[in-house]
Design a protein around this ligand. Sequence first.
Ligand SMILES: Nc1ncnc2c1ncn2[C@@H]1O[C@@H]2COP(=O)(O)O[C@H]2[C@H]1O
Length: 144
Amino acid sequence: MATERTLILIKPDGVKAHHIGQIITRIEDKGYSIDGLKVTMATPELLKKHYVEKVDKPYFSEIEHYMLEGPIVAIIASGSRVIKGIHTLAGDTSPNQAAPGTIRGDFGRMFDDGILRNVIHSSDNPQNAEKEIRLWFPELIPQP
Ligand SMILES: Nc1ncnc2c1ncn2[C@@H]1O[C@@H]2COP(=O)(O)O[C@H]2[C@H]1O
């Protein structure tokens, strides 16, 4: 199996709760390499491209509100089967369904405002991984 890359975002709730170090440790402990890492802020334009399959969902405005709440840590990780591997480490989408031992199960919290905050994003297939890496790390694209 060839080495894959994936895009991981530690979302504003994960950054605010000081889980950056523990999440990176879990990624590295699993044997994946960190090939890119930065603290950044989303923009509405970037989110519309990143969540292009979600822009028509009724909850898209909640995603936008959430993802603009504060800094995000963007990570490129690589390794054998890293896309599936990070999904497994992340756990189920909702923090109250994610299993203990997963990032969302351990660090995810339910919030009184009803917005689904789930600590981390990771790409779901190789095509989206490359698209998302280009969106969050445009400086890595070779200039003509
Ligand atoms: N029912 C939902 N309500 C609100 N947000 C959702 C719902 N389902 C999925 N999402 C969000 O959509 C996102 C899709 O990719 P993420 O892994 O970043 O995390 C997901 C959640 O943040």
